[in-house]
Design a protein around this ligand. Structure first.
Ligand code: BV8
Ligand code: ZN
Length: 247
């Protein structure tokens, strides 16, 4: 559980902070019942024993778009019944309290937006958005279940999830916005991520190099725990709301 002294240090940093950047991963949505990727109850292996790195690739979609859509449909059905938790709401509240604030999330579940966050980059996309494989038209689609090989409302060609797959680059705008925030913040909070997938796994180093005080809030230690200025172990829904009192 989070040590009082660590929380004390973090609250001090929050009091002095002028610009805050938050990076989140699947761990912040775990308390809402959304499976994380790795870890015992992780996504990997949960659906027909496939690992996300096998299905979340352009090659897998090329090979078998029906299989990939069945997997995303299964995740959409799972996420559709989930609500943001107190950690998502606390992050949205930090956005209201700090004029210079940006949220970078790796999560495609849309729960940050549902909690009221607006100053955010969903760097790996959003599971409720689809993109046409022909005319690249991007539209919101909240059908549950979704038609298994959904087509474009414009040109009727096959659409794909508007999500960044392994081997695909992030959107230039998201990369630019994320680096600008990381390089201009004096406090960076890294919440619920195992720090394995790049380029997001390199963001803590970017913030630290720019002089930010970097704090990790995570259930378990991560490859970054030795690197950050403060590593707090605990559940996001318990620790993150504590940051609001006294700052
Ligand atoms: C790219 C959308 C240019 C899909 C995702 C450098 C070195 C090595 C490899 C690479 C590299 N650069 C690029 C690569 C390749 C690759 C990569 O990083 N591979 C990894 C596996 C080594 N990266 C890419 O392909 C990226 N593109 O770089 O393009 C390029 C291309 C090719 C080659 C060079 C350059 C694109 C990556 C994006 C892929 N898409 N998601 C979908 O969701 O369907 S990634 C996906 O996995 C998530 O978005 C997230 O990013 C990642 C999962 O990580 P986490 O969110 O952290 O989740 P995880 O389960 O791992 O951990 C949860 C943590 O929470 C745990 O620590 C746990 O302890 C904690 N926790 C659990 N419960 C709680 C909690 N904490 C608090 N409270 C709780 N209750
Ligand atoms: Zn189209």
């Amino acid at each position: 559980m989070a040590r009082g002294s660590d929380l004390g240090i973090l609250k001090e940093k929050l009091t002095d902070a002028r610009a805050i950047t938050v990076l989140t991963g699947a761990g912040i949505s775990a308390d809402s019942g959304v499976p994380t990727f790795r870890g015992v109850d992780g996504l990997d292996g949960l659906w027909r024993n496939y690992r996300s790195e096998e299905l979340a690739t352009p090659e897998a979609f090329e090979r078998d778009p029906r299989l990939v859509w069945e997997w995303y449909n299964w995740r959409r059905e799972l996420i559709a019944t989930k609500q943001p938790n107190s950690a998502h709401y606390a992050v949205a509240e930090l956005e209201r309290r700090y004029p210079r604030f940006w949220l970078i999330t790796q999560n495609v579940d849309g729960l940050h937006r549902a909690a009221g966050s607006r100053k955010l980059s969903e760097i790996h996309g959003n599971i409720w958005m689809v993109r046409c494989t022909a005319c690249r038209r991007i539209v919101e689609n909240r059908d549950v279940p979704i038609q298994i090989l959904p087509t474009c409302t414009d040109c009727r060609r096959l659409v794909r999830p508007h999500i960044v797959w392994f081997g695909e680059s992030l959107a230039e705008e998201d990369l630019h916005r994320s680096y600008a925030a990381l390089q201009s913040s004096d406090l960076c909070l890294i919440i619920g991520t195992s720090g394995v997938v790049y380029p997001a796994a390199g963001f803590a180093a970017v913030a630290k190099k720019a002089g930010a005080f970097v704090v990790e809030i995570n259930l378990d230690k991560t490859p970054q725990s030795h690197f950050v200025d403060l590593s707090i172990q605990g559940r996001a829904k318990e620790v993150v709301p504590l940051l609001l009192s006294g700052c």
